[in-house]
Ligand binder design. Structure first.
Ligand code: NAD
Ligand code: IPM
Ligand code: MN
Length: 359
């Protein structure tokens, strides 16, 4: 097949990890007889520097035309002025909103070879396989913002329809997994959470009797996630809780640099990106972990291009590289971004051949 892929490297380690991801995409194309045309565009701080806005019109137009979008990260230390009215993060938020990408899938499945990278006891991590479905275009991120000299406010709003569609998406995804959904809210305090819980309960009762639904408050969920991670299958939650819980869940996998994501709407283009940010503390040194970006390519192949075999090949290549302790510093290794990517490419080239494991 031929597919048009918009690549948005963005800021900090973004360009470093998207370079790794596009090398993998090119290898998959060559190996499986596809043409993936790469169209680079500006977003975030890089776009502000070039044209004064974080999501230029031609970037958005290209994303709308594309078969899929692959993003690195936005933000950085030169952007530390939090008072600035134009910020890199606005570009990503606007892109998600404009493309209607309300469901952000963030899978977490610790790899056996990387258990030592996690501060959690290994016996708690064995068998963990969970999927966070984060609502991505509503809540406090997108509500009205006010600021005066002495006060500030961010409005948190959800409509019934916004909750229904993401709960439906989570329940459908659970059906194809272990059939369990935990919906996370703060219904003991927040009105939006009470609405969320009511809608989740109703949608579940009316349409998903075959799926098991539980509710958890977000504060205790933050604890349960580390104390008994194996018990969770699909976790569905609102925008900001999902943001925070998934960085926490990165500790289960061992590093933020291992977690990919897919942002999906109803049909239309999908956006694929690592869950980590621009990592300004390590940017420009060639040491960023590229696995999250590479695994985001696998999600792109699966969800946007429907190339399941190719997606599985990328995941297997990553898994074999991890088996062989091909690690960046965040995983306790010494390899750089390029060396790790070379190892994944070698595994893809050797697809189907037995791999020599390290002792
Ligand atoms: P971060 O995710 O950039 O970094 C947190 C920590 O994890 C840092 O110590 C960093 O070095 C490490 N880390 C992250 N990715 C890594 C990788 N691939 N390999 C190795 N280590 C990695 O979060 P932050 O420091 O809180 O935010 C920095 C900037 O990134 C901010 O401007 C923030 O807004 C932005 N951000 C963007 C996105 C995105 O574009 N999707 C996501 C999160 C944060
Ligand atoms: C993420 C990031 C973004 C978010 C920021 C950069 C807007 O933290 O993708 O997880 O909060 O959604
Ligand atoms: Mn985040």
């Amino acid at each position: 097949m031929r597919a048009e892929i918009v690549v948005l490297p963005g800021d900090g380690v973004g360009p470093e990890v998207t370079r790794a991801a596009t090398r993998v995409l090119a290898e998959v194309g060559a190996h499986h007889g596809h043409t993936f045309a790469i169209h680079p565009h500006l977003i975030g701080g890089a776009a502000i520097d070039a044209c004064g806005e974080p999501l230029p019109a031609d970037t958005l137009a290209a994303c709308r035309r594309a078969d899929a979008v692959l993003l690195g990260a936005v933000g950085g230390p030169q952007r530390a002025n939090l008072q600035a009215t134009v910020r890199p993060e606005q570009g990503l938020l606007a892109l998600r909103k404009e493309l209607g990408l309300y469901a952000n899938l963030r899978p977490v499945k610790p790899h056996p070879a990387a258990l030592d990278a996690s501060p959690i006891k290994p016996h708690l991590l064995v068998g963990v396989d969970l999927l966070v479905v984060r609502e991505l275009t509503g809540g406090i991120y997108f509500g009205d913002k006010q600021r005066s000299a002495t006060a500030a406010s961010d409005l948190c709003e959800y409509s019934v329809a916004e909750v229904e569609r993401v709960i439906r998406r989570a329940c459908k995804l659970a059906r194809a997994r272990r059939g369990k959904v935990v919906s996370v809210d703060k219904a003991n305090v927040l009105e939006t959470s009470r609405l969320w819980r009511e809608v989740a309960t109703r949608v579940h009762a009316e349409e998903f009797a075959d799926v098991q639904l539980e509710h958890q408050l977000v504060d205790s969920m933050a604890m349960h996630l580390l104390a008994r991670p194996r018990e969770f299958d699909v976790i569905v939650t609102e925008n900001m809780f999902g943001d925070i819980l998934t960085d926490e869940a990165a500790l289960l996998a061992g590093s933020l640099g291992l977690l990919p994501s897919a942002s999906l709407g109803d049909g239309g283009v999908g956006l694929y990106e690592p869950i980590h940010g621009s990592a300004p503390d390590i940017a420009g040194r060639g040491i960023a972990n590229p696995y999250a970006a590479i695994l985001s390519v696998a999600m792109l192949l699966r969800h946007s291009l429907r190339l399941e075999d190719e997606a599985a090949a990328v995941e297997q290549a990553v898994s074999r590289a991890l088996d062989a302790h091909v690690f960046t510093a965040d995983l306790g290794g010494t390899l750089g971004t390029e060396a790790v990517t070379d190892a994944v490419l070698a595994q893809l080239q050797a697809e189907g051949c037995p791999v020599r494991m390290r002792d």
